[in-house]
Write a protein that binds this ligand. Structure first.
Ligand code: DAH
Length: 356
């Protein structure tokens, strides 16, 4: 009897002890949950309390010390505690997730009333537009587009073009010298020599590119500008071919009504030489501010390739003849787009460039 009574008392005690223990675990878990500011911390709490080595699991393991008849009661208590902790845990997870989402939304908020970021795209330069137009016309006539070096030797820039040392023509094309022999090219004409030297005939090419002269900057001059060189070499090429080709070029570039005029001129590398004028496309030839009242506008230099030039590049002038021309690209761009100051072309102000 006594023993029985003792046993009951003991069991009651155990039960009380378990209850207390569970209360304590719950209180601690709640405290930890409350103090968790991040979702990761909540996971720690879950592991610490409900995990395999968690506090509540330890209580379950000690169930064997509880009298069999009390086990259901204690077991229920454990389950209730677990359920309660899980519930609060879940609730808190949801709350923290909501807080996180809220913060994210706030951080990534898009104000649709703000002005859009402008995607500023560049614009093709009037020089380039004009150059591509000239290229298009000559490609259409079967010409090849080639490129020559901007840094040249005296030979290619002068000597091989029939401009010997001390010739006064050199004075007109003073340039930037790297040393006595190497210089920045003053004209694209040297490219003719590079192509002729390759020995492949016939030749029908244009060579656009940058050239240099030690000129002061003003409305019509710049120390760096562009030319488009042209060269045709074949058997039986005559001045008539030159005229026909360049007249057709002028009509394509400036319009069907355009007339051309050839004025005798002098270039060392051509004989005969000429400058070609086009009838003013603004006034049609009657004279205006654009053509300075003359009705004509000069656009290029040209001529039949000098026999000396052919010979120096190992082409027999008895068998082959040819013509050449040099177009000032800026000249074309300024005329075509009615720009009256060359400096505008080099300032690269996008507001200016965008107009063309
Ligand atoms: N190179 C000459 C200049 O800069 C332009 C020129 C004229 C080129 C006649 C030629 C040509 O090929 O035949 O003034």
């Amino acid at each position: 009897m006594r023993k029985y009574a003792d046993g009951v008392a003991e069991n009651m005690e155990r039960e009380e002890e378990m209850k207390e223990k569970l209360e304590q675990i719950k209180a601690e878990a709640m405290e930890q949950i409350r103090n968790s500011e991040a979702l990761e911390r909540l996971n720690d709490v879950r592991v610490n309390v409900l995990g395999k080595k968690g506090a509540l699991t330890a209580v379950l393991k000690s169930m064997k010390d509880v009298a069999p008849e009390d086990r259901p009661k204690v077991g229920q208590l454990v389950n209730e505690t677990r359920a309660e902790i899980e519930r609060v845990l879940e609730e808190t997870v949801k709350k923290l997730e909501a807080v996180k989402r809220e913060a994210q939304l706030k951080a990534e908020v898009i104000d649709v009333t703000l002005p859009a970021k402008k995607n500023s795209v560049g614009h093709r330069h009037p020089n380039i537009i004009a150059m591509e137009e000239v290229e298009r016309i000559f490609i259409g006539m079967g010409y090849e587009v080639v490129e020559g070096p901007e840094i040249e030797t005296d030979y290619y820039n002068f000597e091989a073009l029939n401009i010997p040392a001390d010739h006064p023509a050199k004075d007109e094309q003073d340039t930037f010298y790297i040393n006595g022999d190497i210089l920045l090219r003053t004209q694209t004409s040297g490219t003719q020599v590079h192509v002729m030297e390759q020995g492949k005939l016939p030749i029908r090419m244009i060579a656009p590119g940058r050239v240099f002269r030690s000129d002061e900057v003003d409305a019509t001059h710049s120390p760096s500008f562009h030319q488009i060189e042209g060269l045709v070499i074949d058997k039986k090429i005559t001045f008539a071919d030159l005229k026909g080709t360049l007249a057709e070029f002028a009509r394509e570039l400036f319009g069907e009504e355009t007339r051309v005029k050839f004025r005798p001129h002098h270039f060392n590398f051509t004989e005969p030489s000429a400058e070609m004028d086009v009838s003013c496309f603004k006034c049609g030839g009657s004279g205006c501010r654009f053509c300075k009242g003359s009705g004509w506008i000069e656009i290029l230099g040209c001529g039949m390739v000098h026999p000396n030039v052919l010979r120096m590049s190992k082409i027999d002038p008895e068998q082959y003849t040819g013509f050449a021309f040099g177009i000032g690209l800026e000249r074309i761009a300024l005329l075509k787009y009615e720009i009256d100051d060359m400096r505008l072309l080099y300032e690269n102000d996008i507001r200016f460039l965008k107009q063309f």
